[in-house]
Design a protein around this ligand. Structure first.
Ligand SMILES: Cc1cc2nc3c(=O)[nH]c(=O)nc-3n(C[C@H](O)[C@H](O)[C@H](O)COP(=O)(O)OP(=O)(O)OC[C@H]3O[C@@H](n4cnc5c(N)ncnc54)[C@H](O)[C@@H]3O)c2cc1C
Length: 317
């Protein structure tokens, strides 16, 4: 990876300023569910929004690229790592409260914490998200969903910040939620959101949560590192069905394998490198395109990959 002096200088500057909140050259494999990925020049854990604002405005002034990391459950980080300032909001945006049926959830909270909070307070409408291993911020950015819904269906408003550190308030409609995307959130940092829930019954909500978790455990290979579904659903079809029909289940490159249990999961089966997973993604796309003339679009986000590598997975050659 080509290192840029201004990123390195900024990393050291941030580390001098917040020695307990900044790690230099920190391997990102510790912060992704794939458990792969090289180091970030700096990984910051701001303690509050003022610190976040400070880090962002310093980086903005010096033109230093910033990346926001949630739980790392939908990203594949290159083995070489990334020459950027990476910010994780787990320490600073973890507020949760509710008034009547409106819940405010900080972006750094885990989806599981949000679902359990709703359950404890007899609030229904997010049980289907049980088992999604990301943060609220990542769920908003991805419009995460499962079974019967997506988080975007419940969003009333979003508190965000732009990359120069200015606060922004948006309504749910303004976010541009679509299938696994939120078009107008791409250039923003989620801080928290208000969600409209329904009144529910704790015991029923608990049962529903357990049922969803059991369904996941029966269908998904949860014992290995993964990013969940690698590919989006192509129109009128399912990526997993196509991959299975093409006979790709169990296919391996290095330590990566197409799950024999759920064909849309590519696993870190045995000490995989990000390059193994990437190559297997390319191979599956090529096979599906040859057999069905369908190009599978990635749901997982690549981080630290070259333009050439990004282009290869975006469209057939
Ligand atoms: C076993 C497994 C099962 C899964 N099941 C599902 C499922 O059923 N449905 C589903 O939709 N997904 C599923 N996923 C994928 C993943 O959990 C979701 O996409 C999740 O919403 C990602 O959240 P995250 O916090 O991990 O985000 P990350 O993976 O860290 O980041 C994803 C994107 O969000 C951005 N981002 C994260 N936080 C913020 C923020 N605060 N502000 C701005 N941008 C931000 C990142 O920059 C990146 O672009 C699954 C993953 C695994 C490993």
């Amino acid at each position: 990876m080509e290192k840029h002096n201004n990123v390195h200088e900024m990393a050291v500057r941030l580390w001098n300023h917040y020695p307990e909140r900044v790690k230099l050259n920190e391997p990102l494999r510790h912060y992704t569910t794939y458990k792969v990925g090289g180091p970030a020049t700096a990984l910051c854990f701001p303690a509050n929004t003022e610190e976040l604002q400070d880090i962002l405005s310093l980086c903005h002034q010096e033109n230093v690229p910033v990346y926001i990391l949630g739980s790392g459950s939908n990203i594949l980080v290159h083995d070489k790592g990334i020459d950027m300032v990476v910010i994780r909001l787990s320490e600073c945006c973890s507020e949760i409260r509710h008034k009547e049926n409106i819940v405010y959830a900080g972006a750094g909270l885990l989806v599981s914490q949000l679902v359990e909070y709703c359950e404890r307070n007899d609030l229904a409408g997010l049980e289907f998200m049980s088992g999604i291993p990301g943060t609220v911020g990542g769920a908003l950015r991805m419009n995460a969903g499962a079974f019967v819904g997506e988080i975007g269906d419940r969003v009333v408003s979003i508190d965000a910040m732009n990359y120069s550190g200015e606060l922004i308030k948006m309504s749910g409609e303004e976010a541009g939620f679509g299938y696994r995307r939120a078009d107008r959130l791409q250039d923003k940092i989620m801080l928290g959101c208000e969600l409209r829930l329904l009144s529910g019954n704790r015991a029923e909500l608990e049962k529903s949560r357990r049922d969803y978790l059991a369904q996941r455990a029966s269908k998904q290979p949860l014992d290995y590192g993964s990013c969940g579904s690698v590919f989006k659903r192509p129109p009128g079809n399912y990526a997993g069905t196509l991959i299975e029909k093409a006979g790709c289940k169990g296919m391996r490159i290095g330590g990566a394998m197409v799950s024999p249990k759920h064909a849309n999961f590519i696993l870190n089966y045995h000490n995989a490198r990000a390059s193994d997973i990437y190559q297997l993604i390319c191979e599956v796309q090529r096979i599906i395109y040859e057999k069905f003339e369908i190009w599978l679009e990635l749901e997982v986000k690549l981080l630290g990959f070259s333009d050439e590598e990004e282009k290869k997975v975006r469209q057939p050659e």
